[in-house]
Design a protein around this ligand. Sequence first.
Ligand code: SAH
Ligand code: SF4
Length: 368
Amino acid sequence: MKIDLQPIVQKHVYIPRKEQFMALFPGSPAFRWNQVEESLIGMSYENWEQLSNIPKAMRDELGEQMPWLSFKPVQTLRSKNGDTFKAALQMEAGEFESVLMQNKRGSWTICVSSQIGCGMGCSFCATGKMGFKSNLHSDYIIDQYRYWDYFIKHNKELGGRISNVVFMGMGEPLANYPNVKAAINLLLKYTDLGPTRITVSSVGVIPVLNKLLDDPEWPPVRVAISVHSADTDTRREIVQTSYDQFLEDLKKWGIAYAKKLGNRRHHLTFEYVMLNEVNDSVMHANKLAALVRAIGGTVKVNLIPYNATDSVYECSSEKNFEEFMDTLRNHGVEVTRRKNMGGDINAACGQLVRLREKNDDVEVSSQT
Ligand code: SAH
Ligand code: SF4
């Protein structure tokens, strides 16, 4: 008799840090966990020993039983000009990436991942090609902040500090809404980052965008929508999750958002990846301007040069880029062009995919 043996797939279940703590110290008063959490996120400590406001025996137990970081940093790469770093972080469900970028004033923006892979399948995005692997628990999102915070402090020559957090790494943050919301609320509670320093970028998951408008726990952070085309057919071609009514739904949502939160501080950003001869004609610019104007004065457009991935696209020619920008400006639309950072270590927008890098000459460390 032939027995068909199926491989046993072990699905790992992550036990959140708070639950691990409660299991280790059952019955401990609620303020204890709050102290631990505050120290972990807000104090830039480097080990359990430094949590001097909790009893020594507890610290020792934590040191033995609970990992200091929820993931294991396996590789950190630096771009040639030193303004971008990318870390590969390992957890049970696989590896994911997180990026640190220096901004104009010398401080640092971290680009965090909210999922391993992404199920949205945008045709120009390397993460989309991976498919969806796993949601990241808020501990993993918070720990990306903690990891880069130590990294900057350890590498003193870097100077500066984390001034901004953008959810533009791997994954669609609004497809992991509870964990993204929890992580943001913890960052706002325990760090000095204000809500306008945090940006959530979404491909436009309309039901969740509608939900956040009415969610009293959703923090007033900035929202960026990856529009990529205001022409229905073009958007459907490049963004797999788009549909015929999408732009109409987005317009309605944008108007509701502007009414509720829209002001200069809480403007909406429309991200637009520039794909040569695909979405960069004057017709496309006119349609984008019409959408922006229909929503009102709180929308800014950020044009992203397409970064090479394994796709059929190319970045817009300089001529198309300029013409597109000029057309938007002539319509009175506020438009900026995103600086391309970290291309040499595949850390730029849309290039995050967990493959071990071959260019090990720029590896800076294999752990913190
Ligand atoms: N899933 C979210 C956030 C992660 S992607 C979203 O799509 O918005 C972050 C940004 O990188 C998005 O604006 C996305 O469209 C853009 N992006 C994806 N692939 C890209 C590529 N190859 N070149 C440039 N930008 C890209
Ligand atoms: Fe997912 Fe954003 Fe990439 Fe689209 S662009 S596949 S939504 S990560």
